[in-house]
Write a protein that binds this ligand. Structure first.
Ligand code: NAD
Ligand code: DAU
Length: 376
């Protein structure tokens, strides 16, 4: 079936994996990647698919309501997968306004444009879908608890049939109360509420998903894993916030993209799905795995670079622990993470070590020249 789908934020980390998957998998879809190309948007992430006939790039700001409305009308858009956002917690602490603008007003601008366009059609919302990608950070932070006598991380089954490593006995479920702490998560929470409000008020066919920390190729080196791989390679200090005790739940980015594909096509309208791999790690432990992996691949003595670890002032309001329960997605839609963490980290470290030029272009800002070369 032919479909015209806007993917916002397709030049970013997760968005580029989603664009690649859809362009390669659905030859009869028109995939329109709408991205402003902020510091986080990099068209070099998509060189392998940029010439495909079912792919188009449009440089635009999602906050530009008129541009969004005209684009939806011109392209007869029937599906929107919305990933564009300001995504880095540390930046949100320094500059919350940009986060409110893009994440809240940008989402609202897309919702209102889709509403006006779809309501102007005879079939209205039939066959349409507005899919909003969000984060587990909207749920706040979990405690680290230790069942008596068991040293964390311990294995638990929680409500899932799958065993997972955990640092506590509670998890984020789809009905967990929203309690965002950082300006980033507050802006994402607000955007989630607007999306649900457009369903509840106007009947717009929306879906929201909340995912845990992603890792893998094409992630900006401002984020923990790529930053540390690059620093280890160049033997620069590794700034560990606080004591490195905070826990994050990690998912390989291609598994997130596969979940988005399944949910876009088979998810139930107005539902929320949590996405996560049942894979909790303390920052300091994951950092040690990354150091050992980089050292081994570079032929250094394993663990030789552990001395690069530098404890620095903690992030303000640093959330202690995130842990997603994705049982609903697994049971209702049959999605499962495909990669063991060890395989995922090995692939990721090798990718960054093999793509030093990509990293250098991102850190120097030269990646923007690629856009100028391609699109003038
Ligand atoms: P990213 O920062 O790598 O990419 C964001 C993209 O959005 C960039 O290409 C940027 O140019 C674009 N963008 C920013 N402002 C825009 C605007 N005003 N108009 C148009 N485009 C704009 O982000 P990411 O890590 O790929 O995250 C993508 C989405 O997934 C975000 O909504 C984020 O909240 C969510 N998410 C991320 C993670 C994670 O671990 N990275 C986990 C869960 C959810
Ligand atoms: O949980 C999902 C979220 O994961 C997404 O919604 C965000 O968009 C994404 O950026 C990510 O947020 P985090 O803040 O968890 O990711 P980050 O890579 O910035 O940090 C991971 C952990 O590592 C966190 O506890 C802070 C810590 N950290 C991070 C950096 C950059 C350090 O100790 N040192 C660092 O230099």
């Amino acid at each position: 079936m032919q479909r015209n789908i806007i993917i916002t934020g397709g030049a970013g980390f997760i968005g580029s994996h989603v664009v690649r998957l859809f362009v390669n998998k659905y030859a009869d879809y028109n995939i329109i990647n709408v991205d402003k190309l902020t510091y986080a948007g990099n068209l070099e992430n998509l060189t392998d698919i940029e010439d495909m006939p079912n792919y188009k790039f449009v440089r635009a700001d999602i906050c530009d309501f008129d541009a969004m409305l005209h684009l939806m009308q011109d392209e007869k858009v029937d599906g929107i997968i919305h990933l564009a956002a300001e995504s880095h917690v540390d930046r949100s602490i320094k500059d919350p306004f940009t986060f409110a603008r893009t994440n809240v007003l940008g989402t609202l601008s897309l919702l209102q444009a889709a509403k006006l366009y779809w309501e102007s059609l005879t079939e209205k919302y039939e066959g349409k879908r507005f899919y909003h990608i969000s984060t587990d950070e909207v749920y706040g932070a979990l405690q680290m608890t230790n069942p008596e006598g068991i040293e964390p991380p311990f294995t638990t089954t929680a409500s899932s049939s799958q065993h997972h490593l955990a640092y506590g006995t509670d998890f984020f479920y789809e009905d967990t109360k929203y309690m965002p702490h950082s300006p980033y998560s507050a802006s994402k929470a607000s955007s989630d509420h607007f999306v649900r409000a457009f369903h509840d008020t106007y009947g717009m066919p929306t879906i929201v998903t909340n995912c845990s920390n992603n890792y893998g190729p094409y992630q900006s080196p401002e984020k923990l894993i790529p930053l540390f791989i690059n620093n280890i390679r160049h033997r620069k200090p590794l700034p560990v916030y606080g004591k490195g005790e905070n826990v994050r739940d990690w998912l390989y980015v291609e598994d997130h993209a596969r979940a988005i594909d399944i949910i876009f096509h088979k998810g139930t309208i107005a539902e929320t799905y949590n996405i996560g791999g049942f894979n909790e790690w303390k920052n300091i432990d994951i950092i040690q795995v990354v150091i050992n992996t980089v050292d081994r691949i570079l032929g250094r003595k394993e663990g030789e670079d552990l001395n690069l670890i530098t404890y620095v002032t903690d992030r303000l309001g640093h959330d202690a622990r995130y842990a997603i329960d994705s049982t609903k997605l697994q049971k209702e839609l049959g999605w499962e993470p495909s990669l063991q963490f060890e395989e995922g980290i090995e692939k990721t470290v090798r990718w960054y070590l093999d793509h030093q030029e990509w990293l250098d272009n991102v850190t120097s800002g030269d990646y923007l020249k690629y856009y100028e070369k391609m699109y003038g």
